[in-house]
Write a protein that binds this ligand. Sequence first.
Ligand code: SF4
Ligand code: FES
Length: 240
Amino acid sequence: MSDEFEFEIKRKDGSGKTYFQKYNVPKDKVSTVLEGLLYIKENLDQTLSFRYSCRMEICGSCGMEIQGKPRMACSTIIEDLKSDKIRIEPLKHYKVIRDLVVDIDPFFDKYKEVKPYVIRDDDGKYDKELSQTPEQFHEYANYAMCIKCGLCMAACPIEGSDPSYLGPAPLAAAWRYIADNRDKGAKYRVEVVDGENGTARCHFAGECTEVCPKGVNPSFAIQKLRKTALKIELASIFGR
Ligand code: SF4
Ligand code: FES
């Protein structure tokens, strides 16, 4: 067995043509994919570009395609990939800025559309703490774990064929706030997510839930949103 990993990284030359560049990384120096990339940057090729910050699966910035699947570089243990050859590409469905760095602005623009914060209908005039029982907290706790890494957007087949689709993370965020007992923004959010670019597009492929590094279940959130939209619609018809 070799004492080196072979990193094969997708890059672009000056004319915009893509190619895979190979680097040999000593096994005894690295354990995660991010450490491998840092080894390359520090010892072999300073021109290689990638994004990271926390190194502990919190900031959400080191997402990339590793062995053909969206993953966080900082929490991907190379040994778990069961291969000495590691293929790395930028996340799918995003515009590549350089090497492994993609433009995530369109993702955050979609995220903002669902107003990802508690909306009140009392102009902030409440005079007491907005209390919450453990049961009420657990209604949305899963969805609050999202670190906005965008991996689910790269895994979603609908997102790939139609960039106007809101996508799994923004939809999961819409449900996170609707399910929060302190929030009063359900009606507004349902209008956004029930529109032509929202939940109706989802085919429940489930890839979003499968790749999420934090165990968030956007696929289930989308089902909940559909039911809530129907309830609100029926209530408006029957006046209840
Ligand atoms: S739902 Fe999961 S995969 Fe999608 S952005 Fe949030 S943490 Fe990342
Ligand atoms: S560096 Fe922050 S999530 Fe990987």
